[in-house]
Design a protein around this ligand. Structure first.
Ligand code: ZN
Length: 178
């Protein structure tokens, strides 16, 4: 039985309300964008592009529609909520990225620091790491290091605590990254 492209596509999307981001659950490239196999083009193309084209009935052509790029109003490259996508020129996209302090490919620099609050959130998170990687737009391996307390920052903190005589009861120690 043949399933439609739409069904195949939405099988890999966490659909939520219009206001929320819809994370792509399929493959996400190193640039933070989801990718989806398009039979007609015989290649992988950006999941956000497919989403836009499915929603607005436009033909897919790698990255551009009407010679414009598909941009995210939500600053979340892995989001495929069509309500968060708009057509802009390459220049719009670059300016948008600059304003949001991102590089040309839409990812935050992967070494960007999480706030202390974010780190507590990461450590207490019980769900899949992949979801965190999407939420914070960070590399999976770096999030694992944060959870296991093996980042340089964590080591420094532990050394400091030890000097102060504070017992380290970090919940994350020894926790296996699943
Ligand atoms: Zn979004």
């Amino acid at each position: 039985m043949n399933i439609s492209k739409r069904e195949r596509f939405y099988g890999k999307v966490l659909v939520r309300s219009d206001a929320e981001c819809w994370p792509w659950l399929g493959f996400i490239g190193p640039d933070g964008y989801g990718t989806f196999w398009v039979n007609e083009l015989q290649r992988m193309i950006g999941a956000h592009v497919v989403s836009y084209c499915l929603e607005y009935g436009r033909p897919e052509n790698n990255k551009k529609v009407d010679n414009k790029e598909i941009c995210h109003s939500c600053d979340n490259p892995s989001c495929v909520n069509p309500k968060h996508l708009f057509l802009g020129t390459h220049k719009d996209n670059m300016e948008d990225c600059r304003k949001k302090d991102r590089n040309a490919y839409g990812t935050r620099h992967y070494k960007s620091k999480l706030s202390d609050e974010d780190i507590i959130f990461v450590k207490n998170w019980k769900g899949p790491i992949k979801t965190l990687a999407i939420k914070f737009n960070m590399q999976y391996s770096h999030l694992c290091r944060i959870r296991s307390g093996s980042t340089d920052r964590e080591k420094k903190r532990r050394a400091l605590d030890a000097r102060r005589g504070i017992e380290d009861n970090s919940i994350s120690r020894g926790q296996v990254c699943s």
